[in-house]
Design a protein around this ligand. Structure first.
Ligand SMILES: NC(=O)C1=CN([C@@H]2O[C@H](COP(=O)(O)OP(=O)(O)OC[C@H]3O[C@@H](n4cnc5c(N)ncnc54)[C@H](OP(=O)(O)O)[C@@H]3O)[C@@H](O)[C@H]2O)[C@@H](O)CC1
Ligand SMILES: Nc1ncnc2c1ncn2[C@@H]1O[C@H](COP(=O)(O)OP(=O)(O)O)[C@@H](O)[C@H]1O
Ligand SMILES: [K+]
Length: 508
């Protein structure tokens, strides 16, 4: 699914209005009607509801929601914020209707002392600002935002289209922003919802389709995308009936050292669970039995060194469809030297994670020797070590994308919505996963999955989109059965089978 900027969303609205055609008032009624229906599905008509409206079209949505809920018998109070701006045309039209039909339900607020006394359990609807926000909220309006946030533990806050105060496409650091539990976003995600610095604002995002014109959506290029199951179904390749293990590639995993062999075992198990035909793991001598017992289906090659890997470059020949390197590897000088020699001989896209990334941050010239199309999988700290720090998440996203283009690599910045930056400048956010995956070893599992998919001849981009999706999906299945607290990285591997079956049900 494409993620459009606020300006593109305005264009999509305008395109729909002139090409569907539909009046702008009716489009607002359609959009706000979807919000009202969402609320009606969840709350009985006894539910007190306070709708805070700004004077633009987001406020207009609030008025339409008020009208519709009042017609259904909900005790709604429309709190209209009178901050001096001229009201939008559609706001004015719906204000007149509300004023005619329910004058007693309107409350005009002209400063912070006008903030209403809320009855226990009242639901707050935030329709103050949407995509039209073009500067931070200031003055007494900011006071209203703080008042709403002060009661967020006692009242559910539902934001219409966006939490007010949040910029759709830029940083809102240190600005007053509504802390919503739910955001009902029209037709698209906004980029701002997906970045960790905004974690407190949007809450659970529900994207409500409002019938914006499909022609605009397909014809307009977007730089950012969010993955979905339809995309996965175009990527996934079912196995062939006459396949043999050679069909699905031989992967080499270079991982582990004394004390971190678990990372290597997790990556190995995940690689096989992702479907690799054959897997060889290169481990230090101390890891031989651990690996053989930890994953009997993997073959094992041992290093000259007892405690860490130093001679893996001698292994890396054309037999291997791909290489995954890094989990638990260690960063000794001898390991780094072997990595450099590996890069001189091995030219297919590989997966580079954990300590292999840390080696790259100490020897950054190696970044230029990575095979084109290789995949780097940093978490935010590893990313910072590699590419430096930024002042906000939007700048970091820009840096991520710039580096992927400059180095012609795929770079995954891991997190709640893992950002997948491609060499062509596009960035995909992954939609699956949950905080149960914030547990040691989850990243090693991802490395294994990506290596396993590359071995099967998925292109790097396909392997990443599918692999990150399945990793998060398996994590979601694991958390549903085991809880976010009790699940471990190994459970993500254990649920890979159910993830495949549920995303790609086999044809009977
Ligand atoms: N037909 C359609 O297009 C549809 C639109 N829809 C809805 O419209 C929403 C976008 O509406 P919008 O463009 O009117 O912007 P909105 O967010 O209500 O702001 C209003 C104005 O406030 C001002 N302003 C900005 N920042 C400010 C600040 N900090 N403090 C004070 N004032 C500030 C600024 O005006 P300015 O001050 O620049 O003159 C801005 O223009 C969208 O999110 C969705 O909910 C849906 O109904 C679907 C159909
Ligand atoms: N809150 C979260 N929501 C979704 N996914 C998460 C969350 N926290 C962590 N993850 C995922 O778990 C993995 C953690 O990777 P990483 O930090 O490298 O772990 P480790 O180094 O312990 O293996 C990443 O793929 C990340 O996207
Ligand atoms: K809003």
């Amino acid at each position: 699914m494409k993620i459009f900027t606020a300006a593109q969303i305005r264009e999509a609205d305008a395109y729909t209005i002139s090409n569907e055609p539909i009046s702008s008032t009716s489009l607002m009624e359609r959009a706000a009607g979807r919000c009202a229906a969402w609320i009606e599905d969840r709350y009985t008509p006894a539910q007190p509801i306070y709708i805070f409206c700004g004077k633009g079209n987001n406020g207009g949505d609030g008025l339409v929601i008020a009208l519709q809920l009042l017609q259904q018998g909900y005790p709604v109070t429309a709190c209209l914020l009178e901050y001096g701006s001229r009201a939008s045309e559609d706001y004015t039209i719906h204000f007149r209707q509300l004023h005619q039909q329910y004058p007693g339900r309107i409350r005009e607020i002209a400063d912070v002392t006008g903030f209403p006394e809320l009855p226990p359990g009242a639901v707050i609807i935030d329709a103050i600002f949407g995509t039209g926000l073009n500067k931070p909220i200031e003055g007494w309006l900011a006071g209203i935002v703080h008042k709403i946030n002060d009661v967020k533990r006692q009242h559910t806050i539902i934001a219409v289209d966006m939490p007010s105060g949040l910029m759709a496409d830029g940083s809102s650091r240190n600005m007053p922003v509504i802390h919503a539990q739910y955001t009902l976003s029209f037709q698209f995600y906004k980029l701002a919802f997906l970045l960790p610095e905004n974690a407190a604002f949007a809450g659970q995002v529900h994207v409500l389709p409002i019938g914006l014109h499909p022609e605009y959506i397909t014809q307009t290029p977007a730089r950012y995308h969010i993955t979905d199951i339809d995309m996965m179904r175009t990527i996934y390749q079912p196995r062939q009936p006459f396949a043999h293990k050679g069909t699905y590639g031989h992967a080499l995993l270079i991982a582990g050292s004394r004390g971190t062999m678990g990372a290597a075992v997790l990556a190995a198990r995940a690689c096989l669970r992702a479907g690799a035909g054959l897997l060889t793991c290169h481990v230090p001598q101390c890891g031989y039995e651990i690996m053989q017992l930890g994953e009997p289906a993997a073959m094992c090659s041992t290093d000259e060194q007892p405690d860490f890997n130093t001679h893996f470059h001698e292994q890396a020949d054309a037999r291997y469809k791909t290489i995954g390197i890094g989990p638990g590897l260690g960063t000794s000088a001898a390991t780094a030297r072997s990595f450099e020699k590996l890069l001189a001989v091995y030219k297919r896209p590989m997966v580079i994670d954990a300590d292999a990334l840390n080696i790259l941050s100490v020897y950054p010239y190696l970044l230029y020797q990575l095979p084109a199309g290789s995949i780097l999988t940093p978490h935010p700290k590893e990313f910072e070590r590699l590419f430096g720090s930024t002042t906000n998440d939007f700048e970091r996203l820009e840096l991520l994308s710039r580096q992927a283009v400059r180095l012609q690599l795929y770079i995954l910045l891991k997190g709640r919505y893992t950002a997948i930056a491609c060499p062509d400048g596009a960035v995909y956010f992954n939609a699956t996963g949950n905080p149960g995956m914030a547990t040691g070893g989850s990243g090693d599992v991802l490395t294994g999955i990506l290596t396993g998919l590359l071995a099967q001849d998925y292109s790097p981009k396909a392997a990443i989109l599918l692999g990150v999706w399945l990793h998060g999906y398996a994590g979601d299945l694991a958390s549903a059965e085991l809880s976010q607290e009790a699940m471990t990285a190994g459970d993500i591997i254990n649920f890979m089978g159910k993830a495949f079956l549920s995303c790609f049900p086999p044809e009977m």
